[in-house]
Write a protein that binds this ligand. Sequence first.
Ligand code: IPE
Ligand code: IPE
Ligand code: MG
Length: 261
Amino acid sequence: MQFDEQKLREYYADPPEDIRLEDIDLARVPSHVSIIMDGNGRWAQARGLSRPKGHVAGVDSLREAVTTSVRLGVDVLSVYAFSTENWRRPQKEVDLLMHLFANTLLKELPLFHQENVKLRFLGDIESLPKKTYKVFQEGLEQTADYDGMVFALAVNYGARAELARAARLIAKDAMQGSLDVEQIDEQVLSERLYTHGLPDPELLIRTSGELRLSNYLLWQLAYTEMYVTDVLWPDFTRWDYLRAIRSFQGRRRRFGGVVES
Ligand code: IPE
Ligand code: IPE
Ligand code: MG
């Protein structure tokens, strides 16, 4: 995607010792970056704060990740904000998160307008609390015509639920006669996922050091390069983002084939 090089250089002025903008190839920035934003609770606990304070602090990192993605010309940024398993958390924490999603989105809409960012949701957002759902709809409507970066927020998302839903949609089409069972292939399934129309992530970043997927984009991550950092989400900055891209650019992607050396 097009990006403003002048703005990008200003944004990345004042580098730390180990990384600079010049360390990455701007022509090979991944088109779709996905982030499992993890470690808010541990960040708060380490400071003697309650877990919700960690979620509130995480909002600043998310705003920075959106801006960084726009500056770098990333086409799609997707982030995991709430899983289908996160309902198991204490009710108070769940309520706070639902409240935070709605409030943050409302507050951050000007950034979307300013940067031409189109909002998408991954997950079953219809079963969210009414107010959260309403604000999400509002965000979708207000950004529907934008053609800049796509920002996909995964809320009440679980990859297994997504695949089961795709199976239901396929079965319905087959029963109604609009789909021949013999035609069911990878594309037919992809088109019925929440991510329909989006390219698969090229780079997956997980913060806080956990080496697992936690039911995230199981289908879409088939050939994604993974980058795990010990940095906790509220501490994640534009420089950590650059470190992840540098690591990505140092890899050889084979997609099951052979790469000549
Ligand atoms: C990620 O941080 C945010 C959500 C899952 C909503 P956590 O809340 O999982 O933080 P840790 O992993 O307990 O530190
Ligand atoms: C994954 O983090 C979900 C999100 C970041 C939204 P979790 O903290 O819920 O994952 P587990 O429980 O450590 O696997
Ligand atoms: Mg966690």
